[in-house]
Write a protein that binds this ligand. Structure first.
Ligand code: A3D
Length: 320
């Protein structure tokens, strides 16, 4: 059996970390693509030279031509620009939309059977545009944001409750922006919902509210500290989890930006929802009950994503 092929479009901070994780996990042979000459080649060579030390067998190749991604099983897209302090994710729309066009055309030509995971921001609008530009089936194109936002929520909850992160599950849905919706009712420690833990005196509602807000601001907190770019370790780990679920047909139920056509009352939209990822790509979208502030928060977030999609349509009418 030959190895799987993983193509990483964008060889920057997240792209390089993705390549490292994919190699360590022996997920397959890896092609790191970037428009900057030398950057992906240099990173690929450096990573390949860590193979004898870490004991992994994977071919790593840097590339500046789309032909090199030919036949990829998984494509993870981070091409574009990240935000700097003071910028919102939405400020990246114009420049990253052009990048999605080039990337989508490259995937259409050379990797039409791949499972594609987009990470480029503003996420929900960029994955929507990438699916259109690539022409791939909607169930084979999704966006990574919910796994990361939920991981941030899980980390803060684990710290608050002083328990292992492994025992904390959490859901953050909606668009990947200031309007994202961390759902405390669907978040738990070993199955005990967070609202019950508050009643049991493990924390207070005020502290949980502060954690919810810190989760929403999780990306900005890191941008403020780094000053030169945005988070990359946790975003890369999150996309790798999604890719593994596809390659190993694990059927993990993960929050991700999935194409909705009727689900949650929305049509032709990408937004963060719980979905099962298996060998068929996004195999099932799980419609959970949202009540009160959960529902209004989700609707508000969907409204923000719709605004970004409209902005894409204004910039590029071929998307209509
Ligand atoms: P960075 O380190 O700048 O890497 C981006 C790479 O893309 C650079 O090496 C560029 O040369 C390359 N690039 C630019 N244009 C093209 C093109 N047309 N074709 C191929 N490569 C190109 O950024 P990063 O890795 O830190 O972040 C990448 C993206 O992920 C940004 O848009 C971030 O905002 C986004 N991001 C999303 C999340 C989510 O949770 C959704 C989290 C963190 C970052």
């Amino acid at each position: 059996m030959s190895r799987k092929k993983i193509a990483l479009i964008g060889g920057g901070q997240i792209g390089g970390t993705l390549a490292h994780l994919a190699a360590l996990k022996e997920m397959g042979d890896i092609v790191l693509f970037d428009i900057v000459e030398g950057l992906p080649q240099g990173k690929a060579l450096d990573l390949a030279q860590s193979g004898p030390v870490d004991g992994f067998d994977a071919a790593l190749k840097g590339a500046n031509a789309y032909k090199d991604i030919e036949g990829a099983d998984v494509v993870i897209v981070t091409a574009g620009v990240p935000r700097k302090p003071g910028m919102s994710r939405d400020d990246l729309l114009g420049i990253n939309l052009k990048v999605m066009k080039a990337v989508g055309e490259g995937i259409r030509q050379y990797a039409p059977n791949a499972f594609v995971i987009c990470i480029t921001n503003p996420l929900d609008a960029m994955v929507w545009a990438l699916q259109k530009f690539s022409g791939l089936p909607t169930e084979k194109v999704c966006g990574m944001a919910g796994v990361l936002d939920s991981a941030r929520f899980r980390h803060f909850l684990a710290e608050e409750f002083d328990v292992s992160v492994e025992d904390v599950t959490a859901f953050v849905l909606g668009g990947h922006g200031d309007t994202m919706v961390p759902l405390t009712r669907y978040s738990a420690v070993a199955g005990i919902p967070v609202p019950d833990l508050v009643k049991m005196g493990w924390s207070t509602q005020e502290k949980i509210d502060a954690i919810v807000q810190r989760t929403r601001d999780g990306g900005a907190e890191i941008v403020g500290l780094l000053k030169t770019g945005s988070a990359f370790y946790a975003p890369a780990a999150s996309a790798i989890q999604m890719a593994e679920s596809y390659l190993k047909d694990k059927k993990r139920l993960l929050p991700c930006a999935a194409h909705l056509n009727g689900e949650y009352g929305l049509s032709d939209m990408y937004v963060g929802v719980p979905a099962i990822i298996g060998a068929g790509g996004i195999e099932k979208i799980v419609e959970i009950d949202l009540i009160g502030e959960e529902k209004s928060g989700f609707d508000h977030s969907v409204g923000a994503v719709k605004g970004l999609v409209e902005a894409c349509l204004t910039i590029d009418s071929t998307l209509a």
